[in-house]
Design a protein around this ligand. Structure first.
Ligand SMILES: Nc1ncnc2c1ncn2[C@@H]1O[C@H](COP(=O)(O)OP(=O)(O)OP(=O)(O)O)[C@@H](O)[C@H]1O
Ligand SMILES: [Mg+2]
Length: 583
């Protein structure tokens, strides 16, 4: 509810004007049967032509005002609900930008996308319905009942019975339809997730020739939704004939009884006609109310999901008096434990102690799942430690301003991507004020210049979303260049040269040594050749540091390191192959 009120901000005028115009429309709508009654009873039946003209004119005016009010109500209703959708979306989007990695883990990206699109649309439609019909329908119903009651007490009883009957029918089916709608939207969610997954990874799907399987999965999903919708609609469509039957029964009863009253001289023809119009009004309003309730039910589930996003607390925030300057590239881990999920039993990182000096080049090696990524992600506070502490430049990372820290501790993520835009634009993510010269210098360091120069538009070449039009190794080198743009004190490469050939890989490291000697470099790799010449190498195993030392030291003392080295320098190993190719 609070979220909804925040969402209306800036659109209160439209939100209030809409029901007001709708009420004006109702007032006009209610006057018309009244006017018609005197037109017939006092004009037509008495042959008073003047009266017919006057009342006829009044009817035209009432109809015109009603039309105008209806149009304005529609217009402001559209403004208000579109505005609400806009606000909700931008508020959610802003909120999501403040999320930490673990907040995002909590929702999953595809669910966030569904919430930003489909759920907001649901709320928007329901909101429009409510502000347009929420006042209009009850008002129209009540006024029509009073008017009808004034015309004929006896005949109005028929309405009353009909209304009560329909209300019970609508309210009775509500809990059932609510449950069904919730189920429909859950399915819808799953389908959306599968579509997003498939479309985003369509290349993988094709590579594995999984199109048939994916199609099956999709068809099954849509079929399930089809069945669920049919089930709900069956109930809702049953309401329609029921309402119509009630309307016609009412008309029949009123006409029948009315005719008797007219013959007895207790009712005039005009009054009967307006009674019948009111009858239609009342039952139509009731129908609108029923539809409105259905829409509200559909949207409450969506609203719930939206407010989950809005009320999620970002769990990594700036400290109160942040420090903006990272003095140097020293990194110290003290008794660091880390869990992704607070409730998990075993920590991912266990009692890690580590001291790295500014300017060192550190290699990190270890089997998959040995927590290499987890280790380095803590340094730029992509996640926070569960216990213990990490300091950079002599201060706990939690004392720094987040942006300042992440500018000075630059990470090339393992799952790196580029964004749609030119190469220059992508590089300037790292530093928006960088000159062309600086961009090119970073690319030279990352050995990206050689292939960029060969591209037809050079540095102005358009990169497609996700960087699909460059090769894996080219993308990695561009990502390294982007990270270098920040002139960081600490540079972390998480498996960032895995697709780069060994010779270029070595060239990049040599350039680092020569051009950015003051920057601490942490290089995670699978290939021993990528870390061999580092000042020190950390061997990770199962969330713990298994050994630290130079290549020679580790060959002597560390069993895991020696095993990996031997397996990679054996015949047919990928590394070996690379050497031959380069030679
Ligand atoms: N976002 C996450 N949420 C929960 N668990 C995670 C998350 N990321 C990683 N893990 C778990 O933490 C452990 C360490 O993963 P991590 O990514 O640090 O390994 P890694 O050494 O980088 O592996 P690789 O060489 O394959 O990149 C794994 O068991 C993994 O399942
Ligand atoms: Mg990793």
């Amino acid at each position: 509810m609070r979220v909804l009120i925040q969402g209306i901000k800036g659109y209160w005028k439209d939100t209030i004007l809409t029901p007001l115009f709708m009420l004006l429309e109702v007032a006009m709508e209610m006057m018309i049967p009244r006017l018609m009654q005197t037109l017939i009873d006092d004009g037509v039946n008495k042959g008073d032509l003047r009266h017919i003209y006057v009342v006829g004119g009044e009817m035209v005016v009432a109809a015109a005002i009603g039309l105008f009010a209806g149009l304005m109500g529609g217009k402001y209703g559209a403004y208000a609900s579109a505005g609400l959708a806009r606000n909700l979306r931008s508020q959610m989007f802003t909120k999501i930008q403040g999320y930490s990695f673990s907040n995002i883990d909590h929702f999953s990206s595809s669910s966030l996308i569904t919430r930003l699109t489909t759920d907001v649309t649901n709320v928007q439609n329901a909101f429009q319905m409510v502000i347009r019909m929420g006042m209009r329908s009850p008002a129209s119903m009540i006024v029509a009942m009073i008017m009808a009651f004034n015309l004929s007490h006896e005949l109005s009883v028929i309405y009353l019975v009909a209304v009560i009957f329909l209300a019970i029918a609508v309210l009775g089916t509500m809990p059932i339809t609510h449950k069904m709608f919730t189920a429909v939207f859950k399915r819808y969610d799953a389908l959306n997730a599968s579509v997003q997954e498939n479309v985003r990874n369509i290349r993988v799907v094709k590579a594995y020739v999984r199109e048939d399987y994916e199609r099956e999965k999709f068809i099954q999903g849509t079929t399930e939704i089809y069945h669920s919708f049919i089930r709900v609609e069956r109930i809702i469509t049953m309401m329609m004939p029921l309402m119509m039957a009630t309307v016609y029964t009412c008309i029949l009863l009123i006409s029948w009884n009315g005719a008797h009253f007219i013959i007895a001289g207790n009712l005039k023809v005009g009054s009967l006609m307006s009674l019948l119009t009111y009858c239609m009004n009342i039952l139509m309003s009731l129908m609108m109310l029923a539809i409105m309730f259905v829409m509200i039910m559909m949207s409450t589930a969506s609203m719930q999901r939206i407010s989950e996003v809005m009320t999620e607390e970002p769990n990594i925030v700036n400290p109160e008096n942040p420090v903006y300057d990272v003095e140097n590239g020293d990194i110290v881990f003290e008794h660091v434990d880390f869990k992704y999920n607070q409730n998990a039993e075993d920590p991912v990182l266990k009692d890690v102690n580590l001291s790295i000096h500014s300017g060192e080049m550190i290699g990190i090696i270890g089997g998959t799942g040995s927590a290499k990524t987890s280790l380095v992600n803590l340094i730029s506070r992509l996640y926070d430690v569960s216990s213990g502490s990490i300091s950079v430049g002599g201060r706990d990372v939690r004392e720094y301003d987040l942006k300042a820290l992440r500018d000075q501790v630059s990470v090339v993520l393992q799952k790196n991507t580029l964004f749609s835009g030119t190469i220059y634009e992508n590089l300037r993510w790292g530093n928006k004020d960088a000159t062309d010269e600086q961009c090119q210098e970073a690319c030279r360091l990352a050995c990206a210049d050689e292939f960029i120069d060969r591209m037809p538009d050079g540095y102005n070449t358009m990169i497609e979303q996700g960087g699909t039009n460059v090769s894996g190794g080219q993308r990695q080198r561009l990502c390294i260049a982007r990270a270098l743009m920040k002139n960081p004190k600490v540079l972390i490469l998480d498996d960032s040269t895995s697709a780069v050939d060994t010779a270029t890989d070595a060239k990049i490291r040599a350039a680092f040594k020569e051009k950015i000697p003051g920057t601490t470099k942490l290089i995670i790799a699978q290939r021993i050749s990528s870390v061999k010449d580092a000042d020190r190498i950390i061997v990770m195993h199962d969330g713990e540091i298994n050994g630290i030392g130079t290549h020679e030291e580790l060959l002597q003392s560390n069993e895991i390191y020696r095993d990996v080295y031997e397996s990679q320098s054996g015949r047919g190993a990928a590394d070996d192959f690379d050497h031959h190719k380069v030679a």
